[in-house]
Write a protein that binds this ligand. Structure first.
Ligand SMILES: Nc1nc2c(ncn2[C@@H]2O[C@H](COP(=O)(O)OP(=O)(O)O)[C@@H](O)[C@H]2O)c(=O)[nH]1
Ligand SMILES: [Mg+2]
Length: 251
């Protein structure tokens, strides 16, 4: 039975979060997993945490989440008092994860989580399974940004994956014990995970995933300050990774 922590970062997603949780429940029950869903409320100013709290206390709302409030609840909420950014939201979720595998899920439901079925067999040959959006359902400028980012990452780290920031990833939790994640806002977190893990010998596999338009609300990943932070962190990480590997070699 797969044992999976779903990490679900959410920032002002009160209209989407219940659907996203329900989708995770359906997908994980569909594969008979032992699972937990960790919602990281990243300083939302809307009712995101309230909706999760309601789902935790009234199991009827989500009929299939059964042991809410018990000693081993499946739906967990981690809160940031103020917004800290996508990278830190994922890091908080990773720190809370207790199962053998970690699955990233987004609150805007741009992925079809039932495709997790196709990820599991790849664990025989890899430690990190990275989806790629064969047909990306995002605005044109967003795709251009992504192309540029992927090219820069490839220049700095070599080939890691075709769609580095794809939000549909599954990996062994033990990978987190061997990498040092520092990303704050923006896209760096995925590069940091993949490059750090590969440098320590972890294997990456890829497969195409369906990508759907955002369920509602606004994406914020392409704001200028987020892009600038991402590049600044990326170059600093390139230098730090070399230093980390050199010091590990000396030990
Ligand atoms: N962009 C962004 N997303 C966040 C943040 N904190 C948590 N999230 C969540 O991360 C997920 C991905 O965000 P989204 O804006 O849809 O990114 P995109 O799909 O790459 O455009 C969503 O579930 C957000 O609610 C944050 O500070 N910025
Ligand atoms: Mg999105």
């Amino acid at each position: 039975m797969p044992s999976i922590s779903v990490v679900l970062p959410a920032w002002n997603e009160e209209h989407n979060i219940a659907t996203a949780i329900q989708q995770a429940v359906t997908a994980l029950e569909g594969i008979g997993a032992d699972y937990e869903i960790i919602v990281v409320d990243d300083g939302s100013r809307d009712g995101t945490a309230r909706v999760v709290g309601e789902l935790q206390t009234s199991p009827d709302t989500l009929q299939r989440i059964k042991c809410i409030g018990a000693s081993h609840p499946q739906l967990r909420l981690v809160r940031h008092e103020v917004n800290r950014g996508y990278g830190q939201a994922l890091r908080s979720g990773y720190a809370a994860a207790q199962k053998d595998l970690v699955l990233i899920h987004h609150a805007d439901s741009q992925f079809d989580l039932t495709e997790i079925k196709r990820f599991l067999p790849l664990l025989a040959q890899a430690d990190i399974i990275c989806g790629y959006r064969a047909q990306r359902a995002d605005p044109f400028m967003r795709k251009v940004n992504a192309l540029g980012w992927n090219m820069v990452v490839r220049l700095l780290f070599g080939y890691l994956a075709r769609d580095i920031d794809c939000g549909f990833k599954l990996f062994r939790r033990e990978v987190l014990d061997h990498v040092h994640l520092t990303a704050t806002r923006g896209a760096m977190i995925d590069t940091e995970l993949l490059a750090s893990a590969r440098a320590r010998g972890y294997r990456i596999a890829e497969l195409p995933v369906t990508h759907l338009p955002r369920l509602g609300g606004q994406p914020t990943g392409a704001h200028l300050d987020v892009i600038i932070t991402s590049f600044r962190e990326l170059f600093a990480f390139r230098r730090r990774l070399s230093a980390e590997l050199a010091s590990e070699k000396r030990r």
